[in-house]
Design a protein around this ligand. Structure first.
Ligand SMILES: C[S@@+](CC[C@H](N)C(=O)[O-])C[C@H]1O[C@@H](n2cnc3c(N)ncnc32)[C@H](O)[C@@H]1O
Length: 249
């Protein structure tokens, strides 16, 4: 899926605004930091402002181009963390906000992060936990089923127990792993839900005809109104997993 970087910065800026809380976990003394899936670079730039030497990587050309435009003095590379080049190098901290759930091969992800960390290097990340946006996903799945269209979930939302095991298997020692609910107001009033769908389920909606898409989105709004519509905005049922871990010596 390719990202619409401008729309991301204006309509979906809640992603990095919430992610700013994760910066508090980054050490105070200057470190070499790799921001994995840096998107349009907002958090990368805040990491630099904290005095760290930071490199942002992202597989999306649009996101990296926007990041370079917004922050020309920072270092950004277009890289897929599942297939990283030697250009990336070694870091003290691997930081990542709202990225891991987009990545199907979590084992390879953690192996590659481990390879790019110094001994005792730190992993600080946050992403979708099991049950994340469950109401929306469930309703979307039902709509596609009604049209006899198979729904293959693009996201990998995981639990504390499963992720702890995966981290340990990949030679990380977990300091903290936390799961929490984060109800998230969407911008745009009544059209906020369809704008969110168009960003985060772009691939799945892109496979529908215009007529089917309109029908699915209307039905979705109707089905979710009683649970997620809050007077003048939609509130998405986000659940997050927040992790701090160290690479084993
Ligand atoms: C929701 S955005 C989060 C961006 C940024 N971290 C922020 O907080 O604004 C998810 C980002 O992960 C990137 N991404 C997904 N899979 C990736 C991969 N395998 N390697 C690098 N980046 C990836 C996407 O291109 C996208 O920019």
């Amino acid at each position: 899926m390719e990202w619409d970087a401008k729309k991301y910065n204006t309509t979906h800026d809640f992603v990095f605004k919430y992610g700013a809380g994760l910066l508090e976990l980054v050490p105070k003394e200057p470190k070499k930091v790799l921001d994995i899936g840096c998107g349009t670079g907002a958090l990368t730039s805040q990491i630099a402002d904290l005095g760290h030497e930071v490199t942002g990587i992202d597989q999306s050309v649009n996101m990296i181009d926007q990041a370079k435009k917004s922050y020309p003095n920072l270092n950004f590379l277009q890289e897929d963390i599942l297939n990283p080049s030697d250009q990336i190098g070694l870091y003290d901290v691997a930081f990542s906000n709202a990225v891991f759930h987009w990545i199907p091969d979590q084992d390879l992800l953690l192996k590659n992060i481990n390879r790019h960390l110094n001994t005792n290097g730190q992993l600080i990340c946050e992403f979708g936990a099991v049950g994340n946006v469950q109401a929306i996903r469930g309703a979307f799945g039902r709509e596609l089923k009604a049209l006899s269209i198979p729904f293959e979930e693009p996201f990998c939302f995981t639990s504390i127990a499963d992720y702890q095991l995966l981290l340990e298997k990949n030679h990380f020692e977990v300091v903290e792993i936390l799961e929490y609910e984060r109800p998230t107001p969407l911008k745009g009033g009544w059209s906020g839900l369809r704008e969110w769908m168009e960003q985060f389920y772009a691939t799945e909606l892109g496979e529908l005809s215009e007529e089917q898409k309109e029908q699915v989105l209307k039905n979705l709004e109707r089905a979710l109104k009683s649970s997620l519509w809050k007077f003048d905005h939609w509130e998405a049922d986000y659940r997050r997993l927040r992790i701090t871990a160290y690479k084993h010596p």
